[in-house]
Design a protein around this ligand. Structure first.
Ligand code: ADP
Length: 426
C-alpha cells in the first residue's frame, strides 16, 4: 500500500478529527462502493468546501479516463454545475501522478460564481497503481488552501481503499462463482455418468449373456432378458431426452405450441398411462366438472403430469395418489398428491433447481434431479407457477397453475370435445 493513512501535519480541529475517523471507518466497513463514496464525500464536505466531485478511472483497453462517479453538492447542486468541468484536472493528475491545482476564469459571459473555477486533481491509487483521477471543484473562490489540499489527499487515499475493497470483493465473488460452477460441472458429470452407466451396464450384460455360444437359453428366459434390455434402453432414451429438454428449456430454445386445451381428457390419459406403469398404486381423480379451457402446450403439460406421477410412484411406492383439478377463476390448479414419506421443509425451496436431489435419498432410487426443473420451466413458460407442499411422513403435494382462456376467440368450438386437442400426443 502507498500513501499515508493520516495526512502529515497536525489535525487538531475536533470536527476534522471526527470526520477523518468516520471516513476511515466507512472505508473499512462499507461493502457497497457507491454508498461508501457517497458517505465519504458527504463527510469530506464537512471538513473542506467543494461544489462538485468527480472520479475518473482508466479504461484499460483504450488507456482513456472514463467517468466512474460524479456528484454536485452544495452550491454546485443548486446551480446545475457540469460534472465534466473538472476532467482536465483529473487527466493531468492521472498522467503526472501528482496533486494538481488548476484555476479557470471562463469569461464574463458566465455570470455568477461559476465564472471562477478552482479544481483540485488527485491521482487515484488502487493497489499501489495509479488507476485514475479524483477532482474536487469549487466555484467563485477562494482557492484550495494547503490544509484543504492535505485533507483532500487523505480523502483520495481512502477512496482508493474503497475501490480496492470493491475490486477485491468482485474478484472473490467471481472466484467463488467459478469454483461453484466447476463443482457443479464435476457433480453433473459424475451424476450423468452414473445414470448412463447403469442402464448401459444392464444392456451390455444381457446382450453378452444372450450371445454366449456355450449356452442355449429357453425362449421365456430369452424374452425376459430382451424385456430388460428394452426397458433399460427406454431409460437411457428418457435420460437423454431429459438432458436435451433441460438444456433447451434453460436456454429458452424449446418452443411451446400453445393452444386452447381442456384438461379433463389430458389428465385422464396421463392417469391411464401411469396406472399401467405402476399397477399397485391406487390412483384417484378429483376433477371439478366446470373446468374452463386453459392455454397450454398439451404435450408439455402431459410431460409435467407424467413427471409428477412417476415421482409419486418412485418416492412414495404403494401410496395412494390423487390428481386434483380445481377451477380457481383466472387459472386452473392441478395437484398431484401422494401419501408417501414426504419431504422435509428445508429441502423444498431447492426441489425445482436443476440437478437437485434431496440428500440421503434412498440410494436405490435412480434419478438426475432434472424432472422437477423441467416441470418448473414448462409451467413458467405457460405463465403458471409450480410449488410443492409437504411435511415429512405426511406425503407430498405438487401443484401447478395454468392460465384460463378468457377471450372467446381463443376458445375451442363447442363441437370439439375432449378429443384430439386434449390428447397428450404421447
Ligand atoms: P429425480 O427424481 O431425478 O431425482 P426430480 O427433479 O424429479 O429428480 O426430483 C427431485 C427430488 O425431489 C428427488 O430426488 C426426490 O428427492 C424429491 N421428490 C420428488 N418427488 C417426490 C415425492 N413425491 N415424494 C418425496 N420426494 C420427492
Amino acid at each position: 500500500m502507498t500513501g499515508p493513512l493520516i495526512p502529515p501535519g497536525p489535525l487538531t480541529h475536533g470536527t476534522e478529527l471526527n470526520a477523518v475517523y468516520t471516513i476511515a471507518r466507512i472505508v473499512a466497513e462499507t461493502p457497497d462502493t457507491e454508498a461508501g463514496l457517497d458517505a465519504v464525500f458527504r463527510l469530506a464536505r464537512t471538513i473542506f468546501i467543494f461544489d462538485i466531485v468527480s472520479l475518473y478511472i482508466e479504461n484499460k483497453e483504450t488507456g482513456e479516463l472514463e467517468p466512474y462517479y460524479a456528484r454536485a453538492l452544495g452550491r454546485g447542486r443548486h446551480r446545475e454545475a457540469e460534472l465534466s468541468w473538472g476532467e482536465p484536472a483529473a487527466i493531468e493528475s492521472f498522467r503526472s501522478g501528482q496533486t494538481v491545482l488548476r484555476q479557470e476564469d471562463v469569461g464574463p459571459e458566465i455570470k455568477g460564481r461559476e465564472r471562477r473555477r478552482d479544481y483540485l486533481g488527485l491521482p487515484m491509487l488502487v493497489g499501489g497503481r495509479c488507476v485514475g483521477g479524483l477532482v474536487f471543484g469549487r466555484f467563485g473562490g477562494p482557492s484550495f488552501p494547503p490544509e484543504h489540499v492535505r485533507l483532500a489527499e487523505f480523502v483520495a487515499w481512502h477512496v482508493g481503499q474503497l475501490l480496492e475493497s470493491g475490486r477485491m470483493a468482485r474478484r472473490i465473488a467471481t472466484l467463488e462463482a467459478q469454483r461453484e460452477l466447476a463443482r457443479m460441472q464435476d457433480e453433473f458429470i459424475s451424476t450423468i455418468s452414473h445414470e448412463l452407466r447403469t442402464p448401459l451396464g444392464f444392456i451390455k450384460g444381457y446382450v453378452t449373456t444372450l450371445m454366449r455360444e456355450d449356452v442355449t437359453w429357453e425362449p421365456e428366459t430369452q424374452f425376459e432378458f430382451l424385456h430388460i434390455i428394452d426397458e433399460e434402453s427406454d431409460r437411457l432414451r428418457e435420460l437423454i431426452d431429459n438432458l436435451l429438454d433441460s438444456s433447451r428449456l434453460g436456454s429458452g430454445s424449446l418452443k411451446m405450441i400453445f393452444e386452447s386445451c381442456r384438461l379433463m381428457a389430458l389428465i385422464r390419459d396421463a392417469a391411464e398411462r401411469n396406472q399401467v406403469a405402476s399397477p399397485d398404486t391406487q390412483l384417484q381423480l378429483e376433477i371439478e366438472a366446470d373446468l374452463p379451457e386453459v392455454r397450454a402446450d398439451s404435450t408439455r403439460i402431459a410431460q409435467v403430469l407424467d413427471n409428477l406421477l412417476s415421482n409419486a410412484y418412485k418416492y412414495a411406492p404403494g401410496s395412494n395418489v390423487i390428481i386434483r383439478a380445481l377451477n380457481m377463476g383466472d387459472f386452473v390448479r392441478i395437484e398431484v398428491e401422494d401419501s408417501g414419506p414426504g419431504i422435509s421443509s428445508k429441502f423444498i425451496p431447492h426441489l425445482f433447481e436443476r440437478f437437485y436431489r434431496v440428500p440421503n435419498n434412498n440410494q436405490t432410487i435412480h434419478g438426475t434431479g432434472l424432472g422437477l426443473y423441467i416441470c418448473r420451466k414448462i409451467i413458467e413458460s405457460h405463465g403458471g407457477k409450480i410449488t410443492a407442499e409437504s411435511k415429512p411422513g405426511m406425503g407430498a403435494n405438487f401443484n401447478f397453475t395454468l392460465p384460463v382462456i378468457t377471450s372467446a376467440k381463443e376458445k375451442l368450438p363447442e363441437s370439439t370435445h375432449e378429443t384430439d386437442k386434449d390428447n397428450p400426443g404421447s
